[in-house]
Design a protein around this ligand. Structure first.
Ligand code: AVJ
Length: 313
């Protein structure tokens, strides 16, 4: 991603009637480090829940794939790969003939992923692709090998419903009949459990959000005084949406050198930073159907907090 896109996105977001910074900008090196800390928090349940699903139900998932001969496992946004590794380990033990194809726009992320994978699964056929999801899928579409696509971690929760449909139908267009898609969805549950996961007592999630402002200062020559911003996160159990915000604590002006522009904030004005949508199983089924998929099975953790949902094209 070039800095000009970042600068232009920030300009657009900070001049909109409801100010907005996209959650995709959380993940610079520092933000990725803070996200690692979030995943270790006792309140942040999605990571251990999905880990449990992939560790304990790998065999059941594999059974449902119904692939003959060699196949590909193509992963979108693998992160550290620890959860995926649980599934790959099961497949390796069963002697399955597959290649693991992680797709990421960051070659550095893929290099780090490869180190971890090679250490734990030395025989793994690791065939990374650097680029965006759709162009890499187009490249793969030429092959006749069946594919299991992975979109894990509940990343889908960051997308608005129109974006979810665009993404999933786009995946579907590049899938062959019989190809499968395994997507992680965080499920609706006791609202207090969700609230604690997104507004933790140690302020790690706050630091994750405030880092957006530090990042603008670092990369775009901004002069945000981060002490003048607070963090607010709200879960609405009616629609399943966690929405997170930065709050301006005072009337203030911030200059961003790269944009040669001064942005004004009123006292208590909000900058929306993230949507983390929680689903019901029936919403997931409707979403699958609306985008031309058939649900094969939902794999849930024992607390029913999270599902990896297996769909067929
Ligand atoms: C990486 C998008 C799954 O929404 O739960 C964690 C990011 N944001 N805490 C999520 C996140 C605040 C996370 N995802």
């Amino acid at each position: 991603m070039s800095d000009t896109t970042f600068a232009a996105d920030i300009h657009k977001g900070l001049t909109a009637p409801l100010k907005h910074i996209s959650s995709k900008y959380f993940y610079d090196d520092i933000g990725s480090g803070i996200f690692q800390d979030i995943m270790k928090m006792p309140e942040y349940y999605p990571t251990p829940c999905e880990f449990e699903i992939l560790s304990l139900q790998g065999e059941q998932i594999i059974q449902k794939l119904d692939f003959q001969g060699a196949f590909n496992i193509v992963e979108f946004g693998a992160g550290d790969g620890i959860k995926t590794r649980q599934l790959l380990k099961k497949l390796t033990e069963q002697g399955a003939d597959f290649s693991y194809v992680p797709i990421d726009i960051s070659s550095k992320a893929l290099e780090e992923l490869e180190i971890g994978m090679r250490e734990h699964l030395p025989g793994l056929k690791f065939e990374p692709m650097v680029g965006n999801y759709f162009s890499m899928m187009e490249e793969l579409a030429g092959s006749t090998v069946p594919c299991l696509f992975l979109f894990l971690g509940g990343n889908i929760g960051n997308y608005e419903i129109n974006e979810v449909n665009a993404l999933l139908s786009g995946f579907g267009k590049n899938m062959k009949p019989g190809d499968k898609l395994l997507t992680g969805f965080d499920l609706q549950k006791n609202p207090a459990t969700i609230r604690c996961a997104y507004d933790d007592p140690k302020g790690i999630t706050k630091a994750f959000n405030i880092n957006l402002l530090h990042r603008i200062n670092r990369e775009l020559g901004g002069n945000f005084n981060t002490n003048q911003f607070d963090f607010y996160s709200h879960y609405n159990p009616i629609n399943g949406e966690v929405r997170s915000y930065l709050i301006s604590l005072a009337p203030q002006k911030v200059f961003i050198k790269e944009n040669d522009h001064t942005y004004s904030f009123e006292r208590n004005e909000v900058i929306w930073t993230e949507l983390s949508k929680k689903y019901t199983l029936s919403e997931i089924e409707k979403t699958a159907e609306n985008n031309g998929f058939k649900v094969v099975e939902h794999f849930l953790d024992c607390k029913h907090y999270f599902t990896d949902s297996l769909w067929e094209k």
